[in-house]
Design a protein around this ligand. Sequence first.
Ligand code: PHB
Length: 394
Amino acid sequence: MSVSKSLTRRGALAGGLAVGAVSVVPTRFAIAQPKPLKVGLMLPYSGTFAKLGENITSAVEMLIAEKGGKLGGRVVEIVKLDDESKPEKGPQNAERLVKRDAVDVLIGTVHSGVQMGIHKVVRETGTLTIIPNAGANSVTRELCAKNVFRTSFSNWQPAHGMGLALGKRGVRKAAWITWDYAAGKEAGDGFREGLEKHGGKVVQSLTLKFPETNFQPLLAQIPGLDVEVVGSFFAGGGAVQFVKEYKAAGLKVPLCGSGFLTEGTLAAQGDAADGIETALHYADGLDNARNLAFRKAFKEKAGRDADVYAVQGYDAAQLLAIGLEAVKGNVEDEANLYKAMRGARIESPRGPMTISSSQEVVHNIYLRRVTNGENKVVGIAAEALADPGTGCKL
Ligand code: PHB
């Protein structure tokens, strides 16, 4: 164990006697009570991604409740922190959880820029971290770390599926539109690479600052671009507004993108989303027993419909459960904890899901089309798609 870790973790070994018990109960009757396992949730509970953070949280809590409130035999205590999707506060917020609150595990976050702040802190302290959304490519590529796993996606993955599907169907010229930050840029790279594999290209990228929504100057350029399709990455509240304004602008060029564009947003987007094609590792209507049971249970618990964010949160908790069960709650047994997590085969609502050697999720990317207010699966854009994991040595 590194020095910094021994200072920052509580070093709570599972199976240790509760301190107070010894003085009042004869030792031979004492029941070993493992200390609670502190799980920090660093997520956005305000701002354009607030709904994403809420669905992740509800699903993490749901899995823990399904396990009787315990993982690996330890009662779970959750500590929540609103990161506001503000990258500049990322390192400080992660330190609060890891050092002040001494969490055993950190689950977070949604925004790629904030993730980089978390990553800096947890690489130093060695805190077990599971990413339930943010797709920043580097955390499972050149900056990969033994203590960091992801159950969501790399930014490259869904957009790559979209690019592949368009390229295969003969699209030659596309534009890309997004927020100017890591997720938008990396998704754009995935889209372009997919398209290029089949001879297409991205002729123009249009960007605006995160989380701005002044889309009009960008939309005004589209008719002049001579493209067959516009690919995009937007999510949350920004995606709702973008899709509505795209429709209102009366543009003839079809809109598509990473599936976040129409995920958890369809009720608010209404007719404006009709016909939009996206690629994602999930769709509401996936017809597997796990998904049906998950959606029903989530609706009962949260009073909202599940979406990809809920699935990613649920799977973060499933992965944690697998690891902790293997080491009976002893997070200090890192070798066996990480080994169990790396080897996990998770029955996810998204379908089969495994963890790659760079600790990134491997899953199908579905092609979806919005029909009657639903993301209907119309095909598989890429089967068991693994991120290239370029530069990761573990
Ligand atoms: C990201 O910043 O990595 C991000 C945010 C929201 C999404 C997807 C990716 O829906």
